[in-house]
Design a protein around this ligand. Structure first.
Ligand SMILES: *[C@@H]1O[C@H](CO)[C@@H](O)[C@H](O)[C@H]1NC(C)=O
Ligand SMILES: *[C@@H]1O[C@H](CO)[C@@H](O)[C@H](O)[C@H]1NC(C)=O
Ligand SMILES: *[C@@H]1O[C@H](CO)[C@@H](O)[C@H](O)[C@H]1NC(C)=O
Ligand SMILES: *[C@@H]1O[C@H](CO)[C@@H](O)[C@H](O)[C@H]1NC(C)=O
Ligand SMILES: *[C@@H]1O[C@H](CO)[C@@H](O)[C@H](O)[C@H]1NC(C)=O
Ligand SMILES: *[C@@H]1O[C@H](CO)[C@@H](O)[C@H](O)[C@H]1NC(C)=O
Length: 488
């Protein structure tokens, strides 16, 4: 496997931020001087001196501390030897960092990376006492990371996808279905982690029957085929504003080597047009490459949204990594730092955050019904089916509980496109197609059944804390107004 990038491609600029800091003191003082006219010029300059001295002492102390920190440590060797168990169990004081560029490194940790966790904790707490971002120990710059070779001893097998269905398989008249007509027997077989051909969306009808939806322009398909690392999101049914990734927090390397793709339907594109958002000649709005989806496969916009959310490996056939981002979030972190922290460092092939509140599917079912998220009869039907096929309550006191939570918060998913990860994504999508489009209801069932079916074939899934998700993005509310249609 070739590495995604060579070290040394990126230079992080420090200067501009330090100027901001340096200016801050005097400006505040001179404002005060105007308000309280009694402060004389002489006093003012003493104040200036004092503040300067304090700032200087603070800086000195800080850099020295970081400097020592750097000197104790020895190189990259321990970088990938972090114990398994996910970032939750990860203890920063045990971390041996690279000694490369000691002083620069210290400056970077002061200026280069905003301490989002600490800062936003204060403001977040005022709004909601419970949900705040936490400080996460991302690498300081993508300069310090490389895609590890064989970081995973992942389960190997070959997946093939059903491309076209035979008419004889179903009752006539044949109904075009994006996910195809999978029988329960085929569904059962598909959980085996072996060489197989399974349904995974994008199924064409029998000869002459045309597309089952999610039609893309050829130029877009060609572009998507070239992507190795993908960040993608979607807005269908004008349910959100367009949130562009924060350009100044994304490295130049990622800007040129990572595909940022936003899927829109035509309605949403028109709405964005009318608000003055127009793609440039190359089809970009900010960092987002806009890809318009025609002939949406489902009436339920949320279910349509599950296509890019769960099937990135199908949409981007050459890609090795993907990051899914719900459109209510603005990306504030370099995608390569995200891959390093959530996949490479934890030795995972699939990373998704835990729900901020609920761990048990039973609670999730209640909540979905209470908030009328979906037709309750359909929820019951799905839930009954899952219970009859082995879904049990989440038991936090059982040390052998296979997952830290049975309820995910799926607005951020980080994936390596390995066979197990691809299989899990297809299986999960098929559940969303067969039952309700509430994917939180089918996540744990799908994972547990996959694990149960393949006891000797590991799947490295990492569930991280919700506060870590919040540290990477800025969260917004969905667009107000009529919500997209939800069928019964
Ligand atoms: C991290 O490790 C240090 C030293 O082993 C220990 O003193 C500290 O309590 C640990 N912190 C956490 C949060 O586990
Ligand atoms: C960090 O490196 C030092 C020096 O090689 C070593 O003694 C120490 O055990 C390392 N710490 C960890 C947590 O690996
Ligand atoms: C944020 O605030 C919470 C609750 O007050 C606290 O438990 C947590 O440690 C804080 N996190 C940071 C990074 O300061
Ligand atoms: C990789 O995994 C297989 C089976 O899961 C095992 O037999 C093999 O020894 C592992 N290799 C390494 C290098 O860990
Ligand atoms: C699965 O497919 C791969 C590649 O085509 C092949 O090398 C391997 O032998 C197959 N495994 C089985 C069990 O058929
Ligand atoms: C949860 O797990 C613990 C430890 O295995 C067990 O003693 C307890 O009975 C379990 N609770 C339920 C409700 O299954």
């Amino acid at each position: 496997m070739a590495s995604i990038h060579q070290r040394g491609d990126v230079i992080v600029s420090v200067g501009s931020k330090s100027n901001e800091r340096g200016d801050a003191g005097p400006i505040r003082v001179s404002r005060r001087a105007r308000r309280f006219g009694s402060i004389t010029r002489q006093r003012l300059s003493i104040w200036l001196l004092l503040i300067g001295a304090v700032f200087f002492m603070y800086m000195t102390f800080f850099s020295v501390k970081v400097h020592f920190h750097g000197e104790k440590e020895d190189g990259m060797s321990s970088f990938f030897s972090i114990p398994k168990g996910g970032p939750q169990s990860y203890n920063i004081t045990q971390y041996n960092r690279s000694t490369k560029g000691k002083v620069d490194h210290g400056m970077l940790s002061f200026f280069g990376v905003p301490k989002r966790g600490v800062d936003s904790n204060v403001s977040q707490r005022r709004r909601s006492p419970k949900h705040y971002p936490c400080d996460i120990d991302l690498e300081k710059s993508i300069e310090y990371i490389l895609e590890p070779k064989d970081y995973l001893n992942f389960t190997r097998f070959e997946l093939d996808y059903v491309e076209k269905e035979e008419e004889s398989l179903t009752t006539s008249p044949y109904e075009l279905k994006f996910a195809g007509h999978q029988t329960l027997e085929a569904r059962e077989r598909s959980f085996h982690a072996i060489n197989q051909s399974l349904h995974c969306g994008f199924v064409k009808g029998p000869n002459g029957m045309g597309s089952t939806g999610f039609d893309l322009d050829e130029k877009d398909q060609k572009f998507m085929k070239s992507c190795i690392v993908v960040v993608s999101s979607c807005i269908f049914g004008s349910s959100d504003f367009l949130r562009r990734p924060t350009s100044k927090l994304i490295s130049e390397y990622s800007k040129t080597h990572v595909c940022f793709v936003m899927f829109l339907d035509e309605e949403t594109l028109q709405k964005l047009f009318s608000e003055g958002n127009v793609p440039d000649d190359r089809g970009f709005m900010g960092l987002w490459r806009i890809v318009v989806v025609k002939n949406l496969p489902f009436e339920d916009m949320r279910r349509t949204g599950k296509v890019p959310k769960l099937l990135a490996h199908r949409l981007f056939p050459s890609s090795r990594y993907s990051i899914w981002l719900d459109s209510k979030m603005r990306l504030n972190t370099d995608p390569l730092l995200i891959l390093e922290y959530f996949l490479w460092r934890t030795k995972s092939e699939y990373s998704i955050s835990k729900h901020y509140d609920r761990q048990c599917v039973w609670d999730e079912v209640l909540q979905n019904k209470r908030l009328n998220k979906y037709d309750p009869t359909a929820i019951d039907e799905q839930f009954k089916f899952y219970q009859s096929d082995g879904l049990t309550k989440f038991n936090a006191s059982n040390p052998h509980t296979p997952l830290p939570s049975y309820v995910p918060e799926g607005s951020l998913i980080i994936r390596a496109h390995t066979p197990m990860s691809n299989l899990f994504s297809c299986l999960w999508f098929n559940e969303v197609d067969r039952f309700t489009s509430r994917d939180q209801l089918s996540f744990a069932y799908t994972y547990l059944k996959l694990k149960r079916t393949n006891p000797d074939r590991p799947f490295f899934l990492n569930m991280f804390k919700d506060c870590e998700r919040r540290a990477l993005v800025k969260l917004f509310r969905h667009r107000e107004g009529p919500s997209p249609p939800t069928p019964p």
